[in-house]
Design a protein around this ligand. Structure first.
Ligand SMILES: [Zn+2]
Length: 352
């Protein structure tokens, strides 16, 4: 996803709203003293009770059992991301990811039903051809049988949405059921098939790495952490901001960066010139500079942003280029006439 993730944004906003609603119920029973760093409350018979301090909280046996239980659940559900082999926590099953995608898909289709570019359009044909090659390569290079079967079972669909570029910023996103939406405002930045491949490989990589599941899996822990901090400090707003800025947003940016990395590897395995991905992000950076400016404002924006700064993305891809060039060389992309042969062989017969 490039600039926004409509479904995840609504889930996170809903979680924060629910937390605040829960928190707002506490004052009727708890009496907080803003000048102190812990919460105190009175029983229903109005007799004073011990204050909740960090020490009390940590030495409570039930809390220790709860903590150990959570650690066990966390370790049991650790999962390895494909291609990058990053360890992450996922406890939600694949089928639920698809159901969530189906639900969002119907909503988005309804919203843009009159703006979808018909599949007979030549542009749609170009996009579909690139996507089919990327998908075939992704399936063939996946070393996880369950993952391969999952990718094959999805009903992959691409929709190009015609929008006014002066009103809708460049954007593309994928739903966790294999439905990809590309806004026409991103097409001038794509410029050619290499740019389209950069966008599509990034979106496909979100699905390959199950980033939606990873985000949803973390939500209960953010809510729990927020509740614990609330019980210790008696305030919610600052805690939520800290959790958002120091945990949720960095995790989201890491997933975006991982999608860039996996996407570039997919491009390299199809003998694409990965330098074109750098050029794509360069054009995106120029667009952002025209729209937003730069400097301190941009730094602050990144702290609370779901996406890495575009300059960082360019820098990261440039850092991966030696590794990507090695992949291309090992596949024979630079042998005279062999690049296309090996690419076709990979697409139709897999990596062996
Ligand atoms: Zn993304």
């Amino acid at each position: 996803m490039f600039r926004s993730r409509p479904f995840m944004a609504s889930v996170m906003a809903s979680a924060r709203t629910n937390l605040k609603r829960t928190a707002n119920r506490f004052p009727s029973r708890f009496q907080y003293t803003p000048s102190r760093h812990y919460a105190s409350y009175r029983r229903f018979d109005n007799s004073p009770t011990p204050s909740i301090t960090l020490t009390n909280f940590l030495y409570n046996r039930n809390n220790i059992y709860l903590g150990l239980g959570l650690v066990a659940v966390y370790v049991y559900n650790l999962d390895e991301a494909p291609f990058t082999h990053r360890s992450r926590f996922i406890w939600i099953p694949y089928w639920l990811e698809r159901k969530i995608g189906d639900y969002s898909y119907q909503q988005i289709l309804y919203q843009y039903q009159n703006d979808i570019v018909p599949s007979s359009d030549p542009l749609y044909g170009r996009i579909r051809t690139i996507m089919n090659r990327l998908l075939t390569s992704a399936i063939n290079y996946s070393d996880n049988e369950k993952q391969r079967e999952h990718l094959k079972s999805l009903d992959w669909t691409i929709h190009v949405i015609k929008v006014d570029p002066n009103k809708v910023p460049p954007n593309a996103f994928i739903l966790p059921n294999g439905k990809i939406f590309i806004f026409s405002s991103i097409l001038p930045i794509c410029h050619d098939d290499n740019g389209l491949a950069t966008v599509l490989s990034h979106e496909l990589s979100h699905q390959l790495a199950h980033h939606t599941l990873e985000q949803l899996s973390s939500q209960p822990f953010y809510i729990m952490l927020s509740a614990i901090l609330y019980s210790l400090t008696g305030t919610a707003g600052l805690n939520d901001l800290l959790i958002l800025g120091m945990l949720q947003m960095p995790a989201s940016r890491e997933m975006e960066s991982e999608a860039d990395h996996i996407g570039c590897e997919l491009l390299a395995r199809l003998c694409y010139d990965v330098q074109e991905a750098v050029k794509f992000w360069g054009r995106m950076s120029d667009f952002e500079a025209r729209m937003n400016g730069s400097g301190r404002q941009a730094l602050l924006q990144e702290f609370f942003s779901t996406h890495p700064a575009t300059g960082k993305r360019i820098h990261d891809i440039q850092g991966w280029l030696p590794e990507l060039e090695h992949i291309k060389e090992s596949l024979g992309c630079y042998q005279y006439g062999m690049g296309d042969f090996n690419r076709l062989k990979t697409e139709f017969f897999g990596k062996k």
